[in-house]
Design a protein around this ligand. Sequence first.
Ligand SMILES: Cc1cc2nc3c(=O)[nH]c(=O)nc-3n(C[C@H](O)[C@H](O)[C@H](O)COP(=O)(O)OP(=O)(O)OC[C@H]3O[C@@H](n4cnc5c(N)ncnc54)[C@H](O)[C@@H]3O)c2cc1C
Length: 397
Amino acid sequence: MLIVDQELCIGCGVCEASCAFAAIEVVDGCAVVGDACTLCGACVESCEVEALRIEGAEKTQVVDISAWSGVWVYAEFRHGQLAQVALELLGAGRRLADARGVTLTAILMGSVTGEAAQILIGHGADRVLRIDRPELLHFSDEAYGAILTELIRKEQPEIVLAGATAMGRSFIPAVANILGAGLTADCTRLDIREEDGALLQTRPAFGGNIMATIVCPHSRPQMSTVRPKVMRELEFDTSRQGEIVDVAVLPEWLKSRVRVLESVVTDQDDVNIQEADILVSGGRGLDSEKGFVLMRELADVLNGSVAATRAAVDAGWIKYPHQVGQTGKTVAPSLYIACGISGAIQHVAGMQSAETIVAINRDKDAPIFDVADFALVGDLYEIVPKLIRAIEEQRRA
Ligand SMILES: Cc1cc2nc3c(=O)[nH]c(=O)nc-3n(C[C@H](O)[C@H](O)[C@H](O)COP(=O)(O)OP(=O)(O)OC[C@H]3O[C@@H](n4cnc5c(N)ncnc54)[C@H](O)[C@@H]3O)c2cc1C
């Protein structure tokens, strides 16, 4: 429980301001703790006179963390090829492994993986643990989970990263749970803490209004998932050397109660806004579904694709696979043109890594202009047709 030392408390109110749950308030010059307290410890850290302490919630260190070493990346392989996020994670993993002075290992599971292991080495892995079996042709939570769990138990890596994809989100939490490790989902930043080498896992919290940095000081491995397009991949280096180890698995690890009858690629995969180099994105400011015809025209002259805000998707003007943002996709195109988009934090979280952002909005104070490289203030229905004509003329010239 959270204890207030009334002798030390000076009633300054810093703890009150630090509490995200409004669970502590100063009454008659002394801090009082309410039922909403989650023992997060934010107030304890903020209290300069050390009048607050948590008792009875200390974690006992059951894991010898010095026995865990190395950074692992789960390299997702599906439909006969490596997922792009696997390469992006190797970029992040390489940086973490170098900071820790340890090796970077990629875990490759699938069937007929071909050159995938070499590609992983060229993109930064020191070592690939390859499990290439016909039983792994179709993804199965049970088999993939059992293999990864057993490998982690045996080799004891300190950090395990995976993509926050449908596959990663499906089986990585179960692996973390079986291992008794924590899992920080949807990280947007990963760093190593200098003092003790712990992994600093940063992710949006409270509806994207704050960025929280999560540390797992007492358990291993430290596990994180990262959305596609958040980290940058390293350029493929043909001269990189690495070790490829074909791992033998026990038959019971391959067992699954699920029998896959057929695997079908859906239309949703056709609209991969995460792969697009140029995105023209529309929001509620389009005012109707017809606005997306104009968005498509602009996208066509630029050889780009069309994206949208959640407001436009919720209005039924465009389908969900086009949605950018916290509950949509994270994109990092070279050009993002935001039309009639206010710039809510949940939208910006999904597009702020774009190299160049152009925003068109009739409200000069719209928050989207805070992240835009080029701001066009005015009616999008006047500006976009002019833009299309100008691009066409430029092309003809
Ligand atoms: C938990 C949670 C998750 C969310 N996830 C997402 C997400 O993944 N993606 C996402 O996008 N949102 C998400 N949202 C919603 C988000 O908070 C905003 O409501 C949403 O992004 C607003 O969309 P918008 O910018 O299209 O609409 P609005 O905020 O209504 O903005 C419309 C803008 O268009 C401008 N405008 C109007 N007419 C014109 C015109 N003719 N010419 C030029 N400009 C014009 C207006 O000035 C205004 O700035 C989430 C919200 C929550 C709570």
